[in-house]
Design a protein around this ligand. Structure first.
Ligand code: SER
Length: 388
């Protein structure tokens, strides 16, 4: 199944069960939201989880693009991407957790053909404030799916305050051997789908109060499920990366970890620009700037002549089309190239400044501060020019 077919199958399955499709939002949260980027499908729905009636009713389904910078250092492993798509379903005070898990099990095993013997789940085991999630436990036991009980790993919240609750996570076995151990004991169990029983709100003092309604919020990482259903070993090998894998290694023969970083960060940069962000010294624009500069640093490491002007034409429109963005591909390319020029000028300045006698020896904290404050040279750039 292609990624598009997986998304369609998912949405139709829930539409047949009374869910209305909402249009996923852009990566940019609504004004006033303290978070820089949309980080999960539930994020734009927060007011409705907190009780405001949604115009399309109590059962919703969507496909939402998300960006997570907390995972930036994990990019390049088999399962994490900076920009990814999340399929989500919501019960806004309608059905409860067991119905959600029942449908999830049905879709995975019958809709997507996953062998039930390759499933493991985790369930909230209870703590001093909230009891164990026995309803989820019983549902899974009824299907004979092995359950691991945890505490912190099975409590989902989007931040220190706001809607939160116990969750049940569904894992798929990806090893070559028959399944063994448990999700926390063996990382060949890969999490694909999280069902959150979102019925609490955490206040600033850490206490929990019930939300006005008992919700269920689920999120499934599309590229991750696609790579598993397509029998691939990493998200970078699912079909959405086909053109990247075909065109980039011949142009820039890098090692596999560097290629993954280039695919992930460039594709993410295209989507962020496509949603209307420009590189800047702070905020969202700074995240974009870091993505582009990390790519340039990797590209130039063994060949300073490499540049984004050589990026094959197909990749920008392919990415914009996939994310249903209408931004002109030439505009995206122009933004990338302008940022590259700015980076080149900065590198040049950095080399000139670092050649001064004052910086011959090892650099201390005061040097880094001076280089940053007076010359606009960030620490990671200084380190790339002068490894310590
Ligand atoms: N909010 C949960 C998550 O992001 C489920 O959608 O994992």
């Amino acid at each position: 199944m292609s990624t598009d077919q997986i998304a369609r199958t998912f949405v139709e399955y829930y539409e047949e069960r009374g869910h209305r499709r909402i249009t996923g939002s852009t990566l940019l949260p609504p004004p006033g939201d303290p978070v820089l980027f949309t980080t999960s499908g539930m994020h734009p729905l927060t007011p409705y989880l907190e009780g405001r009636p949604h115009p399309l009713g109590r059962r919703l389904v969507n496909l939402q693009r998300c960006l997570r910078t907390t995972d930036l250092d994990e990019v390049g492993d088999r399962t994490h991407l900076t920009v990814f798509e999340m399929l989500g379903t919501w019960s806004l005070g309608d059905y409860e957790g067991p119905s959600s898990l029942e449908w999830g099990y049905g879709l995975l095993t019958e809709g997507f053909g996953v062998d039930p013997a390759l499933l493991h789940v985790t369930v909230f085991g209870g703590d001093d404030r909230t009891g164990p999630d026995t309803a989820s436990l019983e549902l899974w036991q009824g299907h004979g799916v092995p359950v691991e009980l945890t505490v912190e790993d099975n409590w989902w919240s989007n931040g220190p305050t706001g809607p939160c609750g116990p969750d049940s996570e569904i894992f798929l076995w990806t090893g070559d051997t028959p399944p063994r151990s448990t999700p926390t004991g063996d990382d060949r169990w890969v999490e694909v789908w999280n069902h959150v029983m979102m019925r609490h709100r955490r206040l600033a003092d850490g206490s929990l109060v019930p939300l006005p309604q008992r919700n269920v919020d689920t999120g499934l990482g599309l590229e991750r499920l696609a790579s598993l259903l397509q029998g691939r070993t990493s998200v970078f090998e699912c079909d959405v990366f086909d053109p990247w894998r075909r065109l980039v290694p011949v142009l820039w023969p890098l090692d596999e970890p560097s290629l993954r970083l280039v695919y992930d960060h460039l594709r993410s940069a295209v989507v962020v620009i496509g949603d209307g962000t420009l590189p800047a010294p702070t905020g969202r624009g700074y995240v974009l700037r870091r993505l582009i500069r990390r790519v340039l640093t990797v590209l130039r490491r063994d060949d300073p002549s490499r540049g984004l002007g050589d990026l094959p034409d197909e990749l920008v429109p392919h990415t914009l089309d996939h994310f249903r963005q209408e931004t002109d591909p030439d505009t995206v390319r122009r933004v990338l190239l302008e940022e590259e020029h700015r980076f080149d000028r900065l590198l040049e300045r950095g080399r000139r400044v670092l050649a001064r006698p004052r910086f011959r020896g090892p650099l201390g904290e005061e040097d880094f501060r001076y280089l940053h404050d007076t010359h606009g040279l960030p620490r990671d750039l200084v380190l790339s020019l002068r490894p310590q």
